[in-house]
Unconditional design. Sequence first.
Length: 192
Amino acid sequence: MMTPKPRRALFLDRDGVINVEKNYVHRIEDFEFMPGIFELCHAARDRGLALVVVTNQAGIGRGYYTEAEYQRLTAWMLGEFRARGINLDAVYHCPYHPTAGIGDYRRESFDRKPNPGMLLKARDALGLDLPRSVLIGDKASDIAAGRAAGVGHLLLLGESAVDPVDAKDVVSVADLAEARRRLLELLAADPA
């Protein structure tokens, strides 16, 4: 029996990539999708990429909202994607914070970006080809996690600072429309 070929993925940070960054968004009424997110995800899905969200959610650890509130918002978000014909393959989150977490949430975690834990879990669970995958993040910690996991294509959304010495493998994109164009270029240059 043949082993299935590993699949490419589009990894997405949540706050600042899927939704507008608004300081610990945890209520549906505060969740505003970023312009172009659905078009980007359709383009990736149409080309066979898995869609995976990897998000630090230190607001849970800091006591700003509960795990149940996070899960309720995530279920709603997934429903909004499904209503537009997009199924996300997985959502990974890390609720821990090493210094500001409360109680059991105050600890280091291999899952907390810039560490690669969530991406490696997705690789193992979904059989992903990380060197041929793409990550879009809006913070240096997103890029560092992608780099540490061996994700081959790193797109930085917006104006976040990445050390220029380390930026040779990072493509900066102004918005999700440009991210979509870059994704399509990458896939055309390296077809399945």
